[in-house]
Design a protein around this ligand. Structure first.
Ligand code: ATP
Ligand code: MG
Length: 415
């Protein structure tokens, strides 16, 4: 039996890569206009990077990571997200020393051992942004703005921005205590996972996908009423800027996100067309994270776009031809003559192909048609003798003779 790919790991086929490239190019353009620099980081890190960075008591670290020991017994993990590894790199290379505000992006595959379904893979792709070194509300807004711009420029209009504040170490503990008290009262009705979360990480109960837990949490106390004046002010400034930018938002008081490191702003961009896996992009502020990872106390805010989910929303492109010109050379002499021409054309960005086999004219024209070539140049023994080349327009079937000496110049006007 032929070997198949690992469950939840997907091939991106040639007919899809055009769209992938379009998304990546568009994102790079947007990041460039916001002054971001690219960083590329390893796919594999010491497990500690994620357990310390994302939090021991998160679904990602507890249940979803691909963790294994290497041959020397060190615990390594495939990255489940980009932020923790990126901050490890910022620390290691002291990138913050070069500029007070760091604006970085990275793209690539992430790995989580989840149940594969539509919009949920075990290897999936994220476009990730991190702004470090500022607490200013406008930096939260720029992060949202970039995600919004990329998604909008891809032509996706039917999206919703949901936003919330998770408070800070000053105001969250009081809220967490009250939430814990509430959860104690409903403990018996919670799912086993949430019963565990009551002690380890009560806010995460909001993130449970179980219907019964969701219902219970509708009556839970909400962080909104507990925000300290600084956090409330931060949130209202963020919302003001979003209004200025005309980015519509809804405040979702239940939005807590699955990662431990968030403070203040958290957000998701959600599509109604994606069913259960509806979040296309998500992010938030994580002021204590760099310090937790052993670095300086630099604030930060970031987001990740799930490229696989974005793709589910985009119409497939019509398959575009990957050729401009086909060269039909007939006979060994002609084949040798055209090869240098192909070199010149290719160096000038013209997409040229010829038949690998020495075939007759009819079969070569058929091949040119199948590839979608607009023009074919035809060169046989007879044309060589007359120092001529035939240029054929494949849609009008017009043919013209051009002298061999001026063929390259002539082709420039045809193509
Ligand atoms: P979910 O609640 O859907 O599990 P999450 O909160 O775990 O999402 P994040 O860690 O915030 O997701 O990742 C950011 C984005 O990456 C998500 O909004 C989504 O678009 C994408 N993403 C996350 N996990 C997967 C996955 N297993 N397969 C495909 N895309 C994913
Ligand atoms: Mg998840």
């Amino acid at each position: 039996m032929a070997i198949r790919a690992v469950r939840g790991f997907k091939d991106i086929l040639p007919e899809e890569t055009g769209l992938w490239r379009r998304i990546e190019t568009l994102a790079q353009g947007v990041f460039n206009s916001f002054g971001l620099k690219e960083i590329r980081i390893p796919i594999l890190e010491k497990t500690e990077v994620f357990s310390r960075g994302i939090g021991e008591h998160t679904d990602i670290v507890e249940k979803e990571m691909y963790t294994f020991s290497d041959r020397k017994g060190a615990s390594l993990s495939l990255r489940p997200e980009a932020t923790a590894g990126l901050l490890r790199a910022v620390n290691e290379h002291k990138l913050y020393a070069k500029s007070p505000v760091l604006k970085l992006f990275t793209m690539g595959p992430m790995f989580r051992h989840e149940r594969p379904q539509k919009g949920r893979l075990r290897q999936f792709y994220q476009i990730d942004v991190e702004l470090l070194g500022t607490k200013a509300p406008l930096s939260d807004v720029e992060v949202i703005w970039m995600a919004w711009d990329i998604i909008r420029q891809l032509g996706l209009m039917d999206l919703r921005l949901e936003i919330n504040s998770l408070g800070c170490p000053k105001c969250r503990p009081r809220y967490r205590d009250d939430l814990r008290t509430y959860l104690k009262g409903v403990f018996q009705d919670l799912c086993p996972d949430c019963q565990r979360r009551c002690n380890t990480n009560p806010l995460r109960v909001f993130d449970c996908k179980e219907k019964s837990c969701k219902k219970i949490m509708e009556k839970a106390p909400l962080i909104r009423q507990y925000l300290c004046p600084e956090c409330a002010d931060h949130l209202s400034k963020v919302l003001d800027f979003l209004e200025v930018l005309d980015i519509p938002f809804v405040i979702n008081p239940y939005l807590v996100r699955g990662l431990d490191y968030y403070v203040r702003t958290t957000f998701e961009i959600v599509s109604p067309d994606l069913g259960a896996q509806s979040t296309v992009a998500a992010g938030g502020r994580y002021d204590g994270l760099l310090k937790d990872l052993g670095g300086p106390d630099l604030p930060g805010v970031g987001m990740a776009i799930g490229v696989d989910r974005l793709l589910l929303l985009l119409k497939r492109d019509e398959e575009a031809p990957s050729i401009d010109l086909f060269v039909a050379a007939l006979g060994p002499m002609a084949r040798k003559k055209v090869i240098p021409w192909m070199g010149i054309l290719r160096r000038n960005g013209v997409r040229v192909q010829m038949s690998y086999e020495d075939k007759g004219l009819k079969s070569q024209l058929k091949q040119a048609n199948r590839l979608g070539a607009h023009y074919v140049i035809i060169l046989g023994e007879d044309e060589i003798a007359r120092e001529k080349v035939i240029v054929r327009n494949m849609s009008t079937h017009d043919q013209q003779e051009v002298s061999i000496s001026s063929i390259i110049l002539a082709l420039e006007t045809f193509i």
